[in-house]
Design a protein around this ligand. Structure first.
Ligand code: GDP
Ligand code: MG
Length: 163
């Protein structure tokens, strides 16, 4: 079995865009509105010969965005079982929100290795957000632009030692 990498984060940070980028397809499930991704989706990804299965989640969507409903959390918890790494995606443009902090605290109680990813980091507008993502406490954030395909080599560098 290929290693499994799960994408986690609050709504609208670009999880599905990153998923699509990693599997090399433009699927129709990306939208400006939160809650568009209904189901967990998985697909085959490869970066520079490193093959893994990537899983998109929508566990924190659909509900009040500033709470963590237990049943949504348990859905993501199920996804985390058997995962070899989790990409914890935040939005470098909007900056961190209380929900990012809450997801981070929850992730800390999980066994899986976490790679912090600051998405929407294209141009200079994302720089402050990338720096802020250090405060999540998971080490150096990987700056990417899922939309523009930037930072994928750095993501590879963070993933290959752990999967
Ligand atoms: P999800 O809710 O976390 O799955 O987020 P989506 O992938 O649906 O993306 C939410 C919004 O962010 C969409 O409008 C995307 O086009 C936009 N987005 C995703 N990645 C990037 C990026 O790298 N840069 C910018 N500027 N926007 C992005
Ligand atoms: Mg999505």
């Amino acid at each position: 079995m290929k290693p499994q990498v799960i994408i986690i984060g609050r709504p609208n940070v670009g999880k599905s865009t990153l998923f699509n980028r990693l599997i090399g397809k433009r699927l129709a499930l990306v939208d400006d509105q939160p809650g568009v991704t209904r189901d967990r989706r998985s697909g085959d990804a490869e970066i520079a010969g490193l093959q893994f299965t990537v899983v998109d989640t929508a566990g924190w969507e659909d509900e009040d965005p500033e709470t963590l409903p237990g049943r949504m959390r348990s859905q993501t918890e199920v996804s985390l079982e058997g995962a070899d790494a989790a990409l914890f995606v935040v939005d470098a443009r909007s900056g961190l929100t209380p929900l990012d902090g809450e997801i981070g605290r929850w992730l800390r109680s999980q066994e899986v290795p976490i790679v912090p990813v600051a998405n929407k980091a294209e141009g200079r507008q994302g720089e402050a957000g990338v720096l802020e993502a250090y405060s999540l406490g998971f080490g150096e954030p990987i700056a990417v632009s899922a939309e523009h395909g930037e930072g994928i080599a750095d993501l590879f560098g963070a993933l290959w030692p752990i999967i």
